[in-house]
Write a protein that binds this ligand. Structure first.
Ligand SMILES: C[S@@+](CC[C@H](N)C(=O)[O-])C[C@H]1O[C@@H](n2cnc3c(N)ncnc32)[C@H](O)[C@@H]1O
Length: 228
């Protein structure tokens, strides 16, 4: 997979992309992540990419010119057309189902906004899919893009050390994950459930399913309503 990110702050991505799963996935060519600075496409000598909103009001709006020019440049960097995603709190809410859907694409192009957001013609002209990572407002789309990159890349074949582990994660089967334990067997008087020490794999699988159901019913009953 190739993921292009259009952003005014490419340096914000350096650290998250340099550790653990995301780092390994890039090193083993499972994913190529390319950052492009929208500001490089500003046309004036101040490298201006934002301006005051027509009609008045607070803040600045991202100008269409630099975003369009940047997008048209990035689009041509690979023959694969890609799925274009505009990060905005007004978009469709991101979830594990969407992550799975996006992980099947060959190329994603993510566009991160800043300031008061995008000039409306960016939305209209790019015909991009709009995605929100939740009902709250961030200062910029960079963190939202990182959330999507992380959630998608860990689903790519070979990205996780243990191929099975993404399948057990919360939401992958419409349920929260069952409780997990590791050593020691007893910690501050809290004991690992006997069944997990039994070695009986069928019994363990049944217990985990039961726990996942109970946990989901208690903490996220909405998931049961939507999926069962
Ligand atoms: C301060 S926000 C602009 C919010 C805009 N004024 C509004 O009310 O819809 C700046 C940028 O952060 C990003 N952003 C903020 N919250 C987000 C969210 N929940 N999901 C995805 N992107 C978000 C978007 O790219 C947005 O253009």
């Amino acid at each position: 997979m190739r993921i292009d990110v259009l952003t005014l702050f490419p340096a914000m991505f350096e650290s998250p992309l340099s550790y653990s799963i995301l780092k390994r996935a890039q090193e083993s060519d499972i994913v190529e992540i390319v950052l492009t600075d929208i500001r490089d496409f500003a046309t004036d000598r101040y490298r201006k990419v934002d301006d005051k909103p027509y009609g008045g009001g607070p803040g600045m709006v991202m100008m269409p010119g630099p975003v369009f020019d940047c997008f048209e440049y990035v689009e041509k960097l690979s023959p694969e057309k890609g799925r274009v995603i505009l990060l905005t709190p007004q978009g469709q809410k991101f979830d594990q189902k969407k992550a799975v859907e996006l992980s099947k694409e060959k190329r994603l192009i993510l566009i991160a906004g800043r300031y008061e957001g995008f000039d409306e013609r960016i939305r209209i002209g790019l015909c991009a899919e709009q995605i929100s990572i939740g009902d709250f407002v961030l200062s910029g789309g960079e963190l939202a893009a990182m959330v999507i990159v992380d959630a998608v890349v860990r689903l790519l074949a070979g990205a996780l050390g243990d191929e099975g582990s993404a399948g057990d994660d919360s939401f992958s089967e419409g349920l929260l994950e069952y409780p997990q334990y590791t050593r020691p067997e007893v910690f501050r008087d809290m004991k690992v459930p006997e069944v997990l020490l039994s070695g009986d794999h069928e019994k363990i699988a049944r217990w985990r399913r039961q726990m996942a159901l109970e946990r989901t019913k208690k903490h996220r009953p909405d998931l049961l309503k939507n999926n069962f």
